[in-house]
Design a protein around this ligand. Structure first.
Ligand code: ZN
Length: 139
């Protein structure tokens, strides 16, 4: 996938949803304001923002906040067709490892993920973002 091109209109709209979610960030400790928007294969858009806690390790990222909300609202059969991440700090903000693994459970492999990288927006197919997701395969 060409990572230098700007996202198409649908991804641009999803990015705007992510940006709106980031405005609701609860980040009094880091000031790092992130929003995520998931487009489900059903067409629904579900957003989330990061929610920090004074016990730092309990903080949840925007992507996982959106994911748990999506499953809670639409059930465990959801499939995620696209993800957008926005950061109001103008900083690089690819989904962290924990979020990638959590998303893997519900992502379509070719689903685009757009996020702010060091040199602007970057779009990758999910399988490029997490090529070796953990899977439980019992023999
Ligand atoms: Zn994360």
């Amino acid at each position: 996938m060409d990572t230098t091109q700007w996202p198409d209109k649908a991804l641009a709209a999803l990015l705007e949803s992510a940006r709106q979610a980031a405005l609701r960030s609860y980040s009094p400790y880091s000031g790092f304001r992130v929003g995520a928007a998931l487009k489900l294969s059903s067409g629904e858009i579900v957003t989330g923002t990061n929610v920090e806690n004074v016990s730092y390790g309990l903080t949840i990222c925007a992507e996982r906040a959106a994911l748990v909300r999506a499953v809670s609202e639409f059930g465990p059969e959801i499939r995620i067709a696209a993800v957008a991440v926005a950061n109001l700090n103008d900083a690089a903000s690819p989904p962290c490892g924990a979020c990638r693994q959590m998303l893997a459970e519900f992502m379509l492999a070719e689903a685009p993920v757009v996020f702010p990288a060091a040199d602007g927006l970057q779009t990758l197919a999910f399988h490029e973002l997490l090529p070796l997701a953990f899977e439980m395969k019992l023999k």
